[in-house]
Design a protein around this ligand. Sequence first.
Ligand SMILES: *[C@@H]1O[C@H](CO)[C@@H](O)[C@H](O)[C@H]1NC(C)=O
Ligand SMILES: [Ca+2]
Length: 289
Amino acid sequence: MIKMSYLVLLNAALWGKTSQSSNYLQSGPELALDGLLTSWTHTNTETNPWWRVDLLKVYRVNRVTITNRPGNGLRINGAVIRIGNFLDIYNNRICAVISTLADGATATFSCGGMEGRYMIVHIPGDQKILSLSEAGVYGYLAGNLAVDGAATQSSTFTGWFAEKAIDSNRGLQQNTACASTLNQTNPWWRLDLRHIYRVSRVVVTNRKDCCTEQMNGAEIRIGNSLESNGNNNPICAVIPAIPAGESYSYSCGGMDGRYVNLIIPEDMKILTLCELEVYGEGSVLTTVQ
Ligand SMILES: *[C@@H]1O[C@H](CO)[C@@H](O)[C@H](O)[C@H]1NC(C)=O
Ligand SMILES: [Ca+2]
């Protein structure tokens, strides 16, 4: 038996909130996300009907999938797929136009990383009905993943809590926006992203006011193990030094992990960190056998 791990790109639409221009009978907008090809959304016959999913966060959308209803499939002809951040659907950019799609068929539309919180399907024109059996949105989370995580560290210098390195404040105005350990052996800081991500890069900001060497030699480690407090996970990079108040980006080339650690593996060291940002793919690792 081969045991393998692989990344399953989740359909980001699944946790989104749906709406549409009108509901014909009980055919609500959520029926495009119930996984069933035998149920479909259905607007009234109207001018410019639309369907929308709010992904709740901004994604870089690589592709959209649309499954047509099993009958009357010609109604989809001319439907427009848009991605963007605007509630006014026509302000969002067009990813694709569906010329035609066979009854019950699924088509994939490449959106090339268009950024948006909303994916909209609409049909321009009068006397139109919009029906979708299923819709999918696949892509990457666009923002800093760290802000939804939880931080902890090996020890805390008065008031310099671990969370201050994920408070979206790089601490350049006041150093109270930074985290710091006590002077100790192997000081470490850990971020729990709460889900497994494929990390493309980590951005680390050093303090500006003084003591810039309190980052030197820190290893950035990423993985899923909490062995040794997560400090045995694979290394993405070692930070030789970061100038005062600067933010350095470390490319991790798609390391998979839920935990991101910084550790200085030395005696009598203080680890100080003003901000740590994580960027990567919003997907989940699944183990199958
Ligand atoms: C850490 O403690 C050692 C031993 O007391 C001391 O020599 C060293 O200067 C301290 N480091 C810092 C950065 O305070
Ligand atoms: Ca901060």
